[in-house]
Design a protein around this ligand. Structure first.
Ligand SMILES: Nc1ncnc2c1ncn2[C@@H]1O[C@H](COP(=O)(O)OP(=O)(O)O)[C@@H](O)[C@H]1O
Ligand SMILES: [Mg+2]
Length: 395
């Protein structure tokens, strides 16, 4: 009997759902979690608990697994190079991962590849930021190049007066989830810059997921429409309603080209914004299963989690075909209802509703689960998904 074991760094819901996908394939899973009892630690026996930014902890965890992959993108790339030097397969590897960790590096690389993007500039001072706004026009979007997530580290800046705020945030010491290097001190000391971007008055956001094996074989999922509120994903509808099929194919093609050029292994999620003209531009990249791909568990022949594991272990990839004409995913965010499981009798009364709860305690705005509904009519399917997640939230 051959054993194949995957090591997942990070104990959140993405690791939990990767573990679910590993079971039918008979894959072993080892987990390095931040703490006891996290979403994935509840379901993976023998979880290691420790600091992913500590070289010795990470090295000990990686010994004996066939490949290391991630629930989040925060592991410092120098540590990952160390793992590779010790003979561990790290997927995605540090050379690719840097483009998901650093928005300035990502913008520079994609510009070099002629991928559609908003106008942008890396700025180190409020004066440089203001100069860019005066050049291309206000408002601008400001983003910390590293350490941001779920809209933390993104500001809309209406005019020169607002330029100080993002830089003030850079000057503060980084919190634990924002750690960008081993360097103590402020983010700016650690080489973080403010990426100034043209404010795109987007008509909607979208995303597309590519999954790529080490040798270059890849598959791509249909393009999804995504709804973010306060920087957090709320809902996806797949395929993106009204998107010209020929343009969808173009979007899939350039996303695949990004995965190839960057040498991504596993899931690459490409977040997109649609301009009023209909043209899409790339917002950012993620290299792990992504919230905008949760619909694939029921909505695609092979889920993003299973294809991620297959890619990371260099196994043939599964079909990305839709299993229904319309698939809607609605996130469950922490609200007034503390007892998610207690709501199941009501929510499951609709036989089309599929529920995924992450085992997390309810805190305001926290991602604690999602629901998926498959249907034929966009509005009716969205309605059913929204009703289910709203009930779980306590609305
Ligand atoms: N250039 C832009 N113009 C308009 N809105 C933007 C722009 N860049 C980002 N946003 C909005 O901010 C959200 C968060 O930005 P993003 O770079 O994806 O940060 P995060 O890493 O927190 O997900 C996006 O989903 C989008 O709604
Ligand atoms: Mg984003």
């Amino acid at each position: 009997m051959t054993d194949l074991t995957i090591g997942i760094v990070g104990g959140g819901q993405l690791a939990r759902m990767m573990n679910e996908a590993a079971t039918p394939l008979g894959l072993g899973v080892r987990l390095l979690a931040e703490a006891e009892g996290t979403s994935a630690a509840q379901v993976v026996p023998g979880t290691d608990v420790g600091d992913y930014a500590d070289a010795a902890t990470l090295g000990a965890f990686a010994r004996g697994v066939d490949a290391v992959t991630f629930d989040h993108e925060h592991v410092p790339t120098d540590l990952l190079r160390g793992l590779q030097d010790a003979g561990t397969a790290v997927r995605p590897g540090p050379d690719a991962l840097v483009y998901a960790q650093d928005k300035a590096a990502m913008r520079e690389r994609l510009t070099g590849l002629d991928i559609p993007a908003p106008a942008w500039r890396a700025t180190r001072t409020p004066e440089e930021f203001v100069a860019f706004g005066d050049e291309i026009g206000w408002p601008l979007i400001a983003k910390t190049s590293r350490g941001g997530y779920d809209g933390k580290g993104v500001w809309k800046v209406d005019g020169p007066d607002g330029a100080a705020e993002p830089f003030a945030a850079l000057g503060r010491a980084l919190g634990p989830t924002e750690r960008v290097s081993d360097a103590a001190g402020s983010a700016q000391d650690a080489g973080v810059v403010i990426v100034a971007e043209e404010f795109v008055p987007f008509t909607r956001e979208m995303s597309v997921l590519v999954v790529r094996r080490p040798g270059g074989e890849s598959v791509v999922y249909p393009v999804s429409e995504t709804v973010q509120r306060d920087g957090i994903c709320h809902e996806t509808t797949t395929p993106a309603p009204g998107l010209d099929p020929a343009y969808a194919v173009e979007i899939q093609a350039f996303a695949t080209r990004i995965a190839d050029e960057l040498g991504v292994v596993g899931v690459l999620a490409v977040e997109l914004m649609e301009r009023p003209t209909g043209e899409v531009v790339v917002n950012e990249l993620a290299m792990r299963p992504h919230n905008t791909g949760h619909w694939t568990i029921e909505g695609a022949a092979t889920s993003q989690f299973e294809n991620h594991l297959r890619a990371v272990l260099d196994l043939p990839l599964g079909s990305t075909d839709l299993t229904a004409p319309v698939v809607v995913m609605s996130n469950v965010l922490g609200g007034s209802n503390p007892d998610l499981v207690g709501s199941l009798p009501v929510v499951l009364a609709n036989p089309d509703v599929r529920v995924h709860l992450y085992g997390k305690s309810v805190k305001p705005g926290r991602k604690v689960g999602h629901v998926t509904v498959r249907g034929t009519d966009v509005a009716a399917t969205q309605e059913a998904a929204r009703a289910a997640s709203a009930h779980l939230e306590g609305a």
